[in-house]
Design a protein around this ligand. Structure first.
Ligand code: PMP
Length: 778
């Protein structure tokens, strides 16, 4: 067709107008069908009849093409139907008949026969009769029918995905892609309000949809699975897809736009959007939409409605359509447009499931947080709290669009939004999520792979949901196994929130000092203090004085909350020996130090050359998805099993397990441990260089990407300076770098980025630190 013409010529030409008798003759002459009745089924481009025999029984559906129709286009239709049947044989598409004696059925021309009248050729095609009825009222469809309709539409799109034909590259005005070409038709919309509404939709299309169009998934699509083009059963489910005449190569979303336009019609208020959501749910059962597709769903829906009004006004002005019918129908379609315009584009997108618009919550959000979440929740970080909206790798973006280098969050260990983990979660959540009462190989594989990473003897895994739960379970295992009830941890440890574990989290103690817990002071090599095991021995002694023996000694292998201290292996070995001698178990809490953070090994306990009795995992295990684990010896698990039974509803669910397995895979594939070692060394070196110019940096320490930068008021006395540390943290935040503070005096900068942090980010960090310190000193 001529590219400057508004649309496909076939729409400009009236459909053929053969009488039933002529049709019966044509059926006999072309396909040898002996019909006695031909019922006109109505069509926009061609003429379609139900052929019936003497007794009224249906024989075939016959199509007589518009003389303007290119036969190659009809061939595309035949090939598409055959393709769909081969990909998804259960889709109820009408099978075309080969012309009797016409030869190879691979040749699409086999499926059409010429019918010449007055020098014009009409192509005759014959199809199987499908069951079902046509022309239902969309508003009467049940919820189940809407969802099924969405699902069938998606299946049809999927079945056409691998299909192509040169004729698919055509300009169909119904194809929302070409909505702007409807502008010349708007003069035929008599009602000004209606015309203005259509114009607003087309303006929006120009502004928002057209620029994004090339990014939308495209393929050959049916494009028109509307209520007119499907046969339905008594439940409203599609049992026949009858018209492939609007096919073109376009965005997949035009299928969605056409069903929204057709099927959510004549519903009012939120009912219209509820119907739309049910259609989308059904569609996404088969084909999940991409974020951009969902974001534009409202615009595409409205554009399809606008095009519908434009075309039918134009056609009825030319006598090609019944004007009264067109007017009535267009009023309903206008209601859709009005509903969308009234709601606004953002709210429409939200109602269609495109997620909340990323608006600034600001001070109002802080007040709402305080009001509803209360004072027990930890306060927000930073003087000016950040509303984060997205993140990728080591970069986070806030609602204002400012990006931050994340040098703080250890949970997304292989990087924020890692595609492997995202997809593993999404795929599994679509397939199945259930619990450990059913067999599933993935949880078993995860447990096996975790055991493989551990020293011999640590052979049994229990799956839970958080670090706190893992430590809680470790506590129960230990108290059951040892029969003791005491616990040892460092002075400023944090191990979790449960009733059993909060007592082992002195970082969070306000006043209450639990009777059964004693703390010890870890070695501070910067100040040369507590380098021997005396503090630990004294803690055991204090417990003993109260007649308490330790069940556990719990240690975070990178001593995060104590300020990233670095005890020597022999020191820790001695502590393990003393714990065992006192009757307790050694619990390696790997919630912080695990999953490669040390840049040396998978688990931080490995650097001490010890074999713990229990290992607990959390935070990084699912890269942000809640999943945690306990790994122990069989005899310890057995003693527990003798007394109780362990089951956690979510623990080991297939979705969490999929996340955890993906994390293990990425750790291997990206050689994360080695990358962490190199990045960690480079970062410490760079920060040490900054320290030569800024005396407030007293010490730079840590292992891998668990780094502490201790801030002091005076390098001679090494006096901790919490205020300067806080100011540096705020200054870095202003300069787009996120760190925390840690240690009993909160004077150590906590630098603990996702392990996606590489040497590339080192200068960004070092420069921000340098300028922050210079600014503070000025
Ligand atoms: N152990 C350590 C060492 C931790 O740092 C934390 C959390 N900060 C926990 C346990 C508790 O983990 P969760 O918050 O997942 O319960």
């Amino acid at each position: 067709m001529n590219d400057s013409a508004p649309f496909d010529v076939v729409l400009e030409v009236a459909p053929p107008r053969f009488s039933p008798d002529e049709v019966v003759a044509a059926a006999r002459g072309t396909f040898g069908v002996e019909a006695t009745h031909a019922d006109d089924l109505g069509s926009e481009r061609d003429q379609t009849f139900l052929l019936r025999g003497d007794d009224g029984s249906p024989l075939a559906v016959m199509k007589l093409s518009n003389p303007a129709e290119d036969p190659a286009t009809l061939d595309m239709e035949a090939l598409a139907v055959l393709h769909v049947q081969s990909v998804d044989p259960a889709l109820p598409v009408a099978t075309p008949w080969p012309v009797p004696g016409a030869g190879s059925t691979d040749d699409p021309a086999t499926y059409r026969a010429p019918f010449e009248v007055g020098g014009l050729t009409h192509w005759v095609r014959m199809y199987d009769v499908l069951p079902g009825r046509q022309r239902a009222e969309a508003a009467t469809l049940s919820d189940a029918a809407l969802a099924a309709w969405g699902e069938t539409t998606a299946r049809l799109g999927r079945a056409l995905r691998g299909f192509f034909h040169a004729k698919a590259q055509r300009t169909m005005l119904w194809d929302v892609q070409h909505a702007p070409r409807a502008r010349p038709l708007l003069g035929d919309i008599g009602d000004t309000t209606m015309r203005k509404a259509v114009e607003r939709v087309l303006d929006r299309f120009d502004d928002v949809v057209a620029p994004a169009w090339p990014s939308l998934r495209a393929q050959v699509v049916h494009g028109d699975l509307t209520i007119e083009n499907a046969l339905i059963d008594d439940d409203g489910a599609i049992v026949g897809i009858v018209d492939f005449g609007d096919m073109s190569h376009s965005a997949l979303m035009i299928d969605v736009a056409s069903i929204l336009d057709s099927l959510a019609l004549d519903r009012h208020g939120d009912e219209r959007f509820r119907a739309a959501r049910l259609l989308l749910d059904g569609y996404q059962r088969v084909t999940p939409l991409e974020p951009l597709e969902l974001e534009l769903a409202g615009e595409l829906w409205a554009a399809r409605a606008a095009v519908t009004i434009a075309i039918s006004s134009w056609r009825s002005a030319r006598g090609l359509e019944d004007a009264a019918f067109a007017e009535r129908y267009n009023r309903s379609v206008l209601d859709t447009i009005d509903a969308i315009l009234t709601l606004g584009w953002d709210e429409t997108a939200r109602r269609l499931g495109a997620g909340a618009p990323q608006t600034l919550g600001g001070a109002g959000l802080v007040a709402r947080r305080d009001r509803v979440l209360g004072p027990a929740l930890e306060p927000l970080s930073y003087e000016h709290p950040i509303e984060m909206v997205s993140a990728r790798g080591v970069w986070m973006t806030d609602a204002r669009g400012k990006t931050y280098l994340d040098a703080y969050n250890n949970v997304p260990c292989v990087g924020h939004a890692h595609p492997r983990v995202n997809e593993a979660i999404a795929r599994q959540t679509r397939r199945l999520n259930t619990n450990m009462r059913y067999l599933h190989g993935a949880a078993i594989e995860l447990a096996e792979r975790l055991v493989e990473t551990c020293p011999d003897g640590l052979d049994t895994v229990l799956l839970v949901n958080s670090g706190s739960e893992a430590n809680d379970l470790a506590w129960r295992l230990a108290t059951t196994f040892t029969g003791n009830r005491g616990a040892l941890c460092t002075d400023y440890a944090y191990h979790g929130i449960t009733d059993a574990i909060a007592p082992l989290s002195p970082e969070t103690w306000a006043v209450r000092r639990p009777d059964h817990v004693e703390t010890w002071t870890p070695p501070d090599s910067y100040r040369g203090l507590h380098l021997d095991a005396a503090s630990f021995a004294a803690a055991i002694g204090r417990l003993a004085e109260r007649g308490i023996a330790p069940a556990v000694s719990m240690l975070d292998g990178v001593l995060t909350s104590d300020g990233f201290l670095e005890p020597e292996p022999v020191f820790i070995q001695e502590l393990v020996g003393r714990t065992h001698a006192a009757g307790g178990l050694w619990i390696a809490d790997e919630v912080q130090g695990g999953h490669g953070r040390t840049g040396e090994a998978m688990w931080s306990f490995q650097r001490f050359g010890i074999v713990p009795d229990v290992v607990t995992l959390g935070k990084p295990m699912g890269n942000g998805h809640p999943v945690a684990a306990v790994i122990t010896r069989r005899e310890i698990a057995q003693r527990f099993a003798d007394e109780t039974v362990f089951f956690s509803t979510f623990g080991g669910n297939p979705v969490s397990v999929a996340a955890a397995l993906a994390v293990l895979d990425v750790l291997d594939d990206e050689r994360v441990i080695e990358r962490t070692r190199v990045a960690g060394e480079a970062l410490r070196t760079a920060v040490s260089a900054v320290a030569t110019r800024h005396p407030c940096i007293g010490d730079v320490r840590g292992v891998g990407l668990a780094i502490g930068i201790e801030i002091v008021g005076d390098r001679e006395t090494k006096r901790p300076d919490r205020a300067i540390a806080g100011a540096i943290k705020e200054g870095l935040r202003e300069r787009g770098v996120l760190v925390g503070s840690t240690g009993a005096e909160a004077n150590t900068l906590k630098v603990r980025p996702p392990l996606a942090f590489t040497t590339a980010e080192v200068p960004v960090f070092a420069d921000a630190l340098e300028t922050t310190l210079s600014a503070l000193e000025a």
